[in-house]
Design a protein around this ligand. Structure first.
Ligand code: 1CP
Length: 375
């Protein structure tokens, strides 16, 4: 494993609001903590203002000052229980030399996709301390700005999700290029996934050393695979990453979360990966998921992001439905099962910002009421 730069300040201290970390580690919490995927993003006017000052999304993500500013925006506006590093999963293939760029309206693209045997042979896991310094600097700066208030979540894409973008060269509707490689040249795809697993583990460990309090792995596209292929091309490499993750920093546990969109069919196998929590999309019942994963891990999720367009009454009803479905986190035997409230996928850029205030307040107040009723 690569050497990581030591922290220049006492990092062992838990944040003052540690409900997220406690829920992820299945310890008692006075209410259900909440944070939201894409909580810093285009639905926030202040994000759009900073983005235009930066000039582009990439300029924003590559500047530690701007990244710190936008990471803090949602937590200044709403009483959320965590901050998530503002960055993107595609920084890793960019650091491998693939040339990330964004063309307006088309989403992310790579100048040099990985298609041929020669492209694959050239791939190597980057040293995050050398080629992702801007992300690690952002982590250090955000942590200083948070000043122990809230935990900071670091993240990376899963080996397979990164491979989708690397082989396709950008977003795709049908995953034809990467699936062609999967069926015609599985050896090439396995080689890419092997490099990605090493790169993602090194990158997350460098984020942990720089100061993040929890890490999340986004397997956004594993769910497009056939049963069998999911296990061989996504799950196996998620396992490699989890096995290599640092579990503690200065004696504090650093919980890990795996989010596998469309992974509801494979919950038991995902629960066996050894991560502390599983992120769920909105197709899964929290009660059934809780029964299926048992005591193996905590759960995170899973409101449909579009419910935020339904108005205050509908948002509150949906929050109650989800919290009732999970049930009281304390089990009859006295132990605790963890639940972190989140959406089942990222916030839409069209979300009305007031809807988030309603949501956060409803989760905090209703989950407190439920605990009072259960005790
Ligand atoms: O301002 C803009 O135009 C850029 C939109 C945007 C944003 C706000 C992109 C481009 N990335 C981000 C930030 C981002 N991406 C975060 C920040 C932290 C947060 O607030 O949550 C995170 C965690 C991501 C992760 C990410 N990027 C994923 C995994 C999660 C998911 O949404 O499934 C994926 C697949 C990406 C790729 C990506 N980057 C950007 C876009 C628009 C996309 C998706 C493209 C596609 O649909 O294929």
């Amino acid at each position: 494993m690569r050497q990581c730069t030591p922290l220049p300040y006492a990092a062992a201290v838990r944040p003052r609001n540690d409900t997220l970390l406690r829920a992820l580690l299945r310890q008692p919490t006075p209410y259900t903590p909440i944070w939201l995927m894409r909580q810093a993003g285009r639905y926030l006017p202040e994000y759009n203002a900073t983005r235009s000052r930066a000039g582009s999304f990439l300029a924003l993500a590559k500047s530690p000052d701007f990244a710190t500013e936008v990471t803090l925006q949602p937590i200044e506006r709403y009483p959320l229980d965590a901050a998530i590093l503002f960055s993107d999963i595609l920084t890793v293939p960019d650091a491998m030399g693939l040339g990330l760029f964004f063309s307006d309206g088309e989403g992310p693209r790579f100048e040099r996709p990985v298609r041929s045997e020669a492209d694959v042979a050239k791939l190597a896991a980057p040293d995050p301390e050398l080629s992702l310094t801007y992300v690690l600097d952002a982590v250090r700066q955000i942590r200083r700005a948070l000043d122990g208030r809230l935990p900071l979540i670091g993240f990376a894409g899963s080996p397979f999700t990164l491979a989708c973008y690397m082989v396709e060269g950008g977003s795709t509707d049908d995953f034809r290029t990467v699936k062609t490689m999967l069926y015609a040249r599985p050896d090439l795809l396995h080689r890419i996934l092997q490099v990605n697993a090493e790169a993602v583990a090194d990158y997350l460990n460098a984020q942990i050393a720089a100061g993040v309090d929890a890490v999340m792995i986004f397997d956004t596209w594993g769910g497009v695979l056939a049963d069998g292929a999911f296990q061989r091309f996504s799950l196996a490499y998620l396992r490699q990453v989890i096995d290599r993750l640092l579990r503690t920093r200065d004696g504090e546990r650093i919980p890990s979360i795996v989010f596998a969109k469309g992974g509801g069919l494979w919950l038991e196998e995902l629960a066996d990966l050894g991560s502390d929590a599983l992120g769920l999309d909105w197709t899964v019942s929290l009660a059934k998921a809780r029964a299926r994963v048992g005591r193996r891990c905590a759960l995170q999720g899973n409101m449909d992001p579009m419910a935020l367009f339904g108005g205050e009454v509908a948002i509150c009803a949906e929050v109650r439905r989800l919290l009732d479905d999970f049930g009281p986190p304390q089990r009859p035997d006295g132990g605790w099962d963890g639940h972190v409230f989140n959406l089942g996928h990222g916030l839409s850029p069209f979300t009305p910002p007031e809807a988030i205030s309603v949501l956060v307040h409803a989760v905090h107040s209703y989950s407190r009421q439920l605990r009072a009723l259960a005790s």
